[in-house]
Every structure is written in C-alpha cells, then in structure tokens.
Design a protein around this ligand. Sequence first.
Ligand SMILES: NC(=O)C1=CN([C@@H]2O[C@H](COP(=O)(O)OP(=O)(O)OC[C@H]3O[C@@H](n4cnc5c(N)ncnc54)[C@H](O)[C@@H]3O)[C@@H](O)[C@H]2O)[C@@H](O)CC1
Ligand SMILES: Nc1ncnc2c1ncn2[C@@H]1O[C@H](COP(=O)(O)OP(=O)(O)O)[C@@H](O)[C@H]1O
Length: 299
Amino acid sequence: MTHEPAQRQSREWTLSDCGEWIAVPGAGDDKYSRGVLGVVTGSDEYPGAAVLGVEAATRTGVGMVRYVGDDVPSRLVLERRPETVTAVGRVQAWLIGSGMDAAHRDPANAARLRAALADGVPCVVDAGALDLIAEEHAPVVITPHYRELARVLAGDAARASGGGAGAPSAEKIAADARGWARRAADATGATVLLKGHVTHVCAPGGEVIDVCTGPDAGWLATAGSGDALGGILGALLATHADRIAAEGHDALAALAATAAALHGAAGARASAARAGGPIAALDVAEHVATVVGDVLSAA
Ligand SMILES: NC(=O)C1=CN([C@@H]2O[C@H](COP(=O)(O)OP(=O)(O)OC[C@H]3O[C@@H](n4cnc5c(N)ncnc54)[C@H](O)[C@@H]3O)[C@@H](O)[C@H]2O)[C@@H](O)CC1
Ligand SMILES: Nc1ncnc2c1ncn2[C@@H]1O[C@H](COP(=O)(O)OP(=O)(O)O)[C@@H](O)[C@H]1O
C-alpha cells in the first residue's frame, strides 16, 4: 500500500474556515486601501458574463471594480452597477476570461488579457483566457470546469511533447476530479479551482481542498453560475494583496476555497428563499453579501 505525504492529503473547507479570509474595512480605510479589482470579462458575444462577475465581486466586498471591455458589456455593467469605474488605473488583482471565446478573440481583447497577465498582481483566469496561462508571470488561480481543464492539460501536453498525447478527456477528469485538480496544479504551476458538484482546490505541491457548501440538488449547474464565482474570487484576491504577497499559493488556495464556499452557500440561500426551488446565476451573486454577513456574525 502506498501513502501520500501529509501535504498531499485532502481536507474539507466549510463556512467556518472562511471568516479569516474576509477583509472587513476599518475606520481608516478608503476604497483604494480596501483593494481594487480589475475585470476583463465578457464580450459582444457573451456580455452577461461581465455583469455577473462584476455584480458578484461588488456583493463580496471590494473597494472598487475597474471594468475594461467591449462597448456592449461595458454599457450593461454600468446599467446594473453604476459604481463600476471604466477608466484605466491601478488594481490589486485581475479577473479575466469569463464570457470570452479564445477561438474568436479580437485584437482589443487579446491586448487587454495580455496586459492584465503582465501586470504582475494576482489574477483569476477563467474560460476564454485559460489558453494564455503559460505566458503568465503573475500568481494565478485558474477556474476551469472539466471540459476546460481537459483543454488546459491538452495544451500543456502539446507544449511538453509537441503533440498533446496523454492528456485526459473531460470524462476522465470527472471520474477522478480530486486527483486531476492536484495534477493540474503541479503541471501548470497555478492554483487550480476545479468546478463541479464538489469543487476541488489545489495549490502546486499542496493538499487538495474539497468544497461542498452548495444546495443538495444541483441548482448551481446553471448558465453564468461560474461567471459569478469568478467575481467572488476576484474580490477576495483584490482585498488580500498583502497576504498573497507573504504566503503565495497557500493564500491563493485558501481564498479560492473561500470563494467556492461562499458561492455554494449563496446558491443554497438563494434556493431556500424560493422554497428549495431553482435559481439563476444573478440570484447567487446577490446572495453573497448575506452569506458574508452570516460568516462574520458566526466568527
Ligand atoms: N450569460 C453569459 O454571458 C454566459 C457566458 N458563458 C460563457 O460562455 C463561454 C463558453 O462556456 P462553456 O462552458 O459553454 O464552454 P465549453 O466549451 O465547455 O462548452 C461548449 C461546448 O458545449 C457543447 N454544447 C453546447 N451546447 C450544448 C447542448 N445544448 N447540449 C450538449 N452540449 C452542448 C458543445 O460541444 C460546445 O462546444 C465561456 O466564456 C463562459 O464564461 C457561460 O458562462 C454561460 C453564461
Ligand atoms: N451538479 C452541480 N451541483 C452543484 N454545483 C454545480 C454543479 N455543476 C456545476 N456546479 C457549480 O456551478 C458553477 C458552474 O460553473 P461553469 O461550468 O463555469 O458555468 P458557466 O460557464 O455557465 O458560468 C461552478 O461553480 C460549479 O462548481
């Protein structure tokens, strides 16, 4: 029988673990000292993803969101959240790629994504930016679902061998999601948040963290739910720049697990508010603030 070293074991992350990772502003804080999140998400093809990520980030708590994107998503973001700033400026973290399609990336979005990755601050990389992670130099958390992780690992295998042979299919990843989250973290050097009914988080060389705070039924499996998760995680990274600088991927993994736990609990609360019935992604985003309040009052 083989034994994994202790740091490769798995643990569960619950709401009681989250309190330490929510930054509550004090009397001396202003919007900049709290942290600013830069967001490059959405496109004329998928504008709603931008709205969902910005809404969720705002409801998680952050000093400011700077949104940088195409005209249609910019207008929709401002209609929903007029406090969002569309002027370019400094940020403490980035959220990139939700609502974008790597196969149809236009030059303006390509330049925005590359600029965010080159900025050097922590970055959440989702959906249509996942193909760019080999270029990054910043501390990165990737947030794939099974099909997206299969594509990430195929790209990784192709770079290593010139072919891509040996990369797992989405079905193979689904059959051992915990194991593939760990292998993907080691292979990419990024902290991995692998989405599913149970979400698995792993830093390179670290333990796997399981998160299962969502509703018992799979109501979170709905369009845009993952776009909202990206916003939650982006806000947490932007408000913990000092801890990420000091603790690196250990902090990124704790923040990613916190984001998944808040997201699941917000989905459960949103469903409970509808007698256990179905939810929309915007319901999840809106309920994050209440879940943050719950976590802080229980701490
Ligand atoms: N409101 C929005 O703007 C939303 C934007 N989204 C964005 O959409 C982009 C693509 O995300 P996906 O997770 O769809 O990407 P995937 O590439 O994983 O899924 C697309 C694939 O799903 C399969 N598929 C499509 N329709 C299907 C159907 N009816 N039945 C069975 N299989 C089907 C096809 O093989 C297609 O290639 C991402 O950028 C994502 O962020 C999604 O999050 C949904 C909501
Ligand atoms: N069966 C399920 N039960 C509970 N949560 C799920 C289930 N399937 C997916 N989820 C969660 O819902 C979200 C879906 O994200 P994603 O696949 O990126 O969707 P989208 O691209 O439409 O936003 C993730 O947070 C994932 O963990």
